[in-house]
Design a protein around this ligand. Structure first.
Ligand code: FAD
Length: 519
């Protein structure tokens, strides 16, 4: 089958839905949304577990209470989403060793301060290394408590070390979503504005979901030219559009799920250092047509200039150059940036018990297990604040531990978790009656939990990842310069698409296609 629309949005997570809403608000209703899974939401996803609704993906609205309102918090307030205040800074006073003793608060506070100081030193030495100085990094954590604190600091509380835009702009408070309708309720609320819904269900044939295991919405190929984009899905359908907005995660972009014809700038490889780390485009000795063009391209992206001229310049240049084999050899920036971005894997494992055996009350929501292996079932949370009487614990694993656990059976994971709980709370801890282990890493439509740009970054990578290729625009949390990794990052990135499309849809579009705007 074949049909042509103005825009195809690939992915119905928060960024895809917010892009669709903004397009509709701007009069572009003629769109198709292709979603690989069987529902909207993406990395916002709830599941019923142990009698309540648990969030397998995003769980918190982070960055609340500051001068600038967080748009996701505003949406949550308007939609009446139930949330509860969450403060995991207390976790450091609930650190258990393997024999179940809690480290005295003085020891914990000292170790914590030491870890923060050393992380700051580490950061300085990294910065200095970039500037050409060599400063020895401080010694790495070794004891179980040091390892546990290092884990919380780097995997949860980086804001203690380095200012993070989310908390600087929107405020330092965080709220846990505790609503039976799930975090995804916000997406349904947004969708209601532009898709046909009835009784909370989306019944709009512009949204193509995976139904009855038929891969209707799984995009496998994007063929783009000056005239438009042809999108091919796994079930053999062909869709055509003037523009595509691609919101698949950074992990998916790194995988081979979607192929681009012509390929993204980056293949085949030819080793020229376009932009050495931290130097920006001016590090290149510009000579000849292509180098000169690269400088112009680099300029518009490096300086993050949003005015139409530079952005369209960039657009047109890419549109022009991708057609030339020589150019695609030299323009490695896109694939390089995509490959350079780290993917964080973050796994929340839920365990249901017949009764509570852990302390509750103020300051006890989070607790830590100190083990000689970094990240081994370190970070725990009880769900009594969110759902009193639910008797559910959540343990968070990241990266290598997440991948290890994803690869084994849930029974093995349950056994490990029970061993850890019995270390902390004694041999009489009752067996969990059920376990839920999400697998974000092995999900071929996700390949990880969120993007993780290096803390010292000049934003060049995010600009490169975001830069459009001809008529294909990139959105998603990983394209948010200030809020990557967060729900509001995805939301704002999707909204920002309005700006790109408005320009490309107007008179400039012809220039974009022919490249005459620049030359
Ligand atoms: P996604 O939600 O991934 O949407 C992209 C969509 O594209 C998906 O639905 C996917 O199925 C679809 N897709 C992919 N490939 C294809 C294809 N080939 N064809 C068609 N469709 C495709 N953020 C917070 O703010 N607070 C938190 O507490 C928080 N915790 C998190 C915990 C976990 C475990 C995870 C995984 C994430 C967490 N995040 C958190 C991050 C947040 O969930 C994401 O930043 C945000 O939801 C990403 O939205 P997105 O639209 O960019 O991507």
């Amino acid at each position: 089958s074949s049909s042509r629309s103005s825009v195809i949005i690939i992915g119905a997570g928060v960024s895809g839905i917010s892009a669709g809403k903004v397009l509709a608000e701007n009069g572009i209703e003629d769109m198709v949304i292709l979603e690989a899974s069987d529902c909207i939401g993406g990395r916002i996803r709830k599941e019923n577990f142990g009698g309540v609704s648990v969030e397998l993906g995003a769980g918190w609205i982070a960055g609340v209470g500051g001068k600038v309102p967080n748009p996701v918090w505003e949406l949550a307030s308007q939609s009446g989403l139930r949330t509860c205040f969450s403060d995991y800074s207390n976790a450091r006073y609930n650190i258990y060793d393997r024999s179940g003793k809690i480290f005295p608060s003085g020891v914990a506070a000292d170790s914590y301060k030491k870890a923060v100081d050393s992380a700051i030193e580490n950061l300085k030495s990294l910065e200095a290394n970039i500037d050409g100085e060599v400063i020895e990094p401080p010694c790495s954590p070794k004891t179980p408590i040091e390892l546990a604190i290092d884990f919380i600091l780097h995997d949860f509380e980086m804001a203690e070390v380095e200012p993070i835009s989310t908390y600087v702009d929107f405020g330092e408070r965080e709220f846990l979503v505790a609503d039976e309708r799930g975090y995804e309720h916000l997406l349904y609320k947004m969708a209601e504005n532009f898709l046909f819904t009835s009784e909370g269900k989306i019944l709009d044939n512009r949204l193509k979901l995976n139904k009855n295991l038929i891969s209707v919405g799984v995009v496998r190929e994007l063929q783009h030219s000056r005239n438009g984009v042809v999108v091919k899905t796994e079930d053999g359908c062909v869709y055509e559009a003037n523009y595509v907005i691609l919101s698949a995660s950074i992990g998916v972009l790194q995988s081979d799920l979607i192929s681009f014809r012509p390929p993204l700038p980056g293949e085949p490889t030819l080793g020229i250092g376009i932009r050495p780390w931290g130097m920006g485009p001016w590090g290149i000795g510009a000579a000849g047509f292509f180098n000169l063009s690269l400088d112009i391209l680099g300029f518009s992206k490096y300086h993050g200039l949003q005015p139409t001229g530079s952005l369209m310049g960039c657009c047109s240049l890419v549109a022009q150059l991708v057609d030339s084999p020589r150019a695609s050899e030299q323009l490695r920036w896109k694939t390089e940036a995509i490959e350079k971005c780290d993917v964080m894997v973050y796994t929340k494992i839920f365990l249901k018990f017949p009764y509570k055996f852990w302390p509750c009350g103020p300051g006890k929501e989070f607790f830590i297990y100190a083990h000689e292996r970094r990240g081994y079932y370190t970070f725990w949370q009880h769900m009594e604040n969110a759902y009193p009487g639910s008797n559910i614990l959540v343990v968070t694993l990241t990266n290598e531990e997440s991948k290890r656990v994803e690869a084994q059976s849930d029974e093995e994971t349950l056994e490990e978790a029970m061993g850890v709980l019995r270390d902390m709370f004694g041999p009489n801890v009752p067996n969990a009656t059920s376990i839920l282990v999400p697998r974000w890493w092995n999900n071929r439509f996700q390949r990880g939990s969120y993007s993780n740009y290096p803390i010292i970054s000049d934003n060049q990578d995010v600009h490169d990842i975001k830069a459009p290729i001809g008529r294909i625009f990139f959105t998603g949390e990983h394209t948010s310069e200030r809020f990557s990794g967060y729900v509001h990052g995805g939301y704002l990135a999707g909204e920002n698409t309005e700006f790109l499309l408005k320009n490309c849809n107007g008179t400039l579009s012809e220039n974009v296609v022919s490249g005459s705007y620049l030359f």
